[in-house]
Design a protein around this ligand. Structure first.
Ligand code: ADP
Ligand code: MG
Length: 481
């Protein structure tokens, strides 16, 4: 057993998010994922002599967007520096980065924990270019290099050492992914490497103020791996310290096949990156006007919106949060409630049958062939008692979508309009009660729960067309006579 109770884990995360710009940070090369290796590599990407980089304005805008969404202070006077080091996937021999002078400072990201919401403090968000990719498993004898990714625009989002468990780190990365997708700056796709995380982990005795020696686990490519790697590191460090050892400052890597980490280098030989301002790139000044434009174009953020849905529309916290998990869902919700004030019903439809449809179709809600007004009509059919919810969602919805017809005409065509005409209902009710004399007797002796059975029987006899509300009333009148 690992004695966790004596220790506290401290974690700081560095998340790299690839910006959704069409072209790279300093040239016009395409950033499309999955292209043939080494086809998006202009002389600028390759750092050939005589080439000049030019900053991508959209990338700057996206970085500011992220900064504003996280309540950072935006630095107006910026420049890019060269971080010099040799690596095969770094064609220029240096990376252009804002590492030492970030554009966004401070700020926070809200996470949900079992103890409630908490702000995780950020240290900074800065811009930099990505490196290429080294591929070790393609050839037996060689490492292959694909430089398509080299020069792609990134923001690096760096927290303070302000996370205290693997679970919190998991929550944090989940929130970051949601946020970057929400504000449209990154697709958040960790499998394709658009979002990558380095986890810095240390432990200290509970109550201790000073930070322990950290290790950095590099390039975690899924939220699960972030959690697993941190869990493994915490256990490893505690066991090491408990058995009289000392944590070494190290850079480590995660092996997803065994859920363990291994050392790739000791930090003792600290790199000297010889940072200096890139002489080919002029410093750039952000005007208030530009920052305000970016601010004005920023959508309401998920937490704000979820709160609004609870206070203004009376949704539960759970439903409000679920609707705000993805911007397309919230956008669709907004477009439906233009046509109806049945807010809770809309939420239930979106999180129930519509979500199920989208999942089964393998598409996103943004491309669902169902106009918001048509869904509102379907909801109205249910609210007016013309059809019940289960018939509406399981039988009418698929036809409305497939045949692009109005919910009412589909309900009529399939003969699904609920019968609320009392004469017809009376016949079914009488038939149901006659068929179950024993149960009727039990009901009369006080087993009131049997009402559901009778309603079910009437539903069966009417082939689902009997309006259950009226049926219940009729049954009660008859039985309580
Ligand atoms: P480095 O120069 O090694 O990259 P930084 O000071 O820039 O270190 O911090 C990188 C990340 O590591 C930040 O997210 C920071 O919060 C985190 N960090 C720093 N020290 C510790 C520590 N002792 N334990 C856990 N995380 C830490
Ligand atoms: Mg680092």
């Amino acid at each position: 057993m690992v004695p966790h109770e004596k220790y506290e884990a401290v974690i700081g995360l560095e998340v790299h998010a690839q910006l959704l710009t069409d072209s790279k940070l300093f040239c016009g090369d395409s950033t499309a994922f999955g292209a043939l290796p080494n086809t998006h590599i202009s002389p600028v990407t390759m750092g050939h002599p005589g080439t000049l980089p030019k900053t991508n304005k959209k990338a700057v805008e996206y970085a500011i967007r992220m900064g504003l969404a996280c309540n950072c202070e935006i630095e107006k006077d910026n420049y890019f520096a060269r971080k010099n080091y040799f690596y095969p996937d770094l064609p220029k021999g240096y990376q252009i980065s804002q590492h030492t002078t970030p554009m966004c400072k401070g700020g926070h990201i809200v996470i949900k924990t079992t103890a409630g919401e908490r702000n995780v403090q950020l240290n900074r968000i800065h811009m930099e270019e990505d490196a290429g990719k080294s591929i070790h498993d393609m050839d037996d004898n060689f490492t292959c290099i694909d430089l398509n990714r080299a020069g792609t625009a990134l923001v690096e989002i760096v927290t303070e050492p302000d996370l205290f468990s693997a679970e919190e780190a998991w929550q944090y990365v989940t929130e970051v992914r949601k946020l970057v997708r929400w504000i449209g700056i990154c697709d958040g796709n960790m499998e394709e490497g658009s979002l990558r995380c380095d986890a810095n982990v240390s432990i200290r005795l509970k109550g201790e103020k000073e930070l322990g020696t950290k290790v950095e686990v590099k390039n975690l490519n899924s939220i699960r791996n972030v959690k697993k790697a941190i869990e493994y590191e915490i256990d490893r460090m505690i066991q090491l310290v408990e058995s009289g050892g000392k944590v070494q400052q190290q850079t480590r890597s995660f092996d997803a096949s065994t859920d363990t980490t291994f050392s790739i280098r000791d930090k003792e030989e600290a790199n000297d990156y010889r940072y200096f301002p890139d002489p080919d790139l002029a410093p750039f000044h952000l005007t208030d006007e530009f920052i305000n434009q970016v601010k004005a174009a920023l959508p309401s953020l998920p937490n704000e919106l979820a709160l609004k849905y609870q206070t203004q529309y009376g949704l539960s916290e759970y439903n409000a949060t679920q609707l705000c998990d993805e911007k397309a869902t919230a956008d669709y919700f907004e477009s439906v409630i233009i046509h109806t004030t049945q807010y809770k019903a809309v939420a239930n439809w979106l999180l129930g049958p519509i979500r199920q449809y989208v999942n089964e179709a393998g598409t996103g809600i943004q491309t669902i062939p169902l106009q918001a007004a048509v869904l509102a009509d379907l909801i109205k059919l249910v609210e007016d008692g013309k059809v019940n919810f289960s018939v509406a969602s399981s039988r009418i919805l698929p036809v409305v979508i497939a045949e692009n017809q109005s919910p009412l005409s589909v309900a009529e065509k399939l003969n699904l309009i609920q019968v609320s005409d009392t004469d017809e209902l009376e016949t079914w009710v009488a038939g149901a009660l006659e068929a179950m004399p024993d149960k009727v007797a039990e009901y009369k002796k006080g087993k009131k729960g049997l009402i559901g059975l009778f309603v079910g029987e009437v539903k069966k006899r009417s082939q689902g067309k009997a309006d259950p509300k009226i049926v219940t009333q009729l049954l009660e009148q008859k039985l309580n006579k």
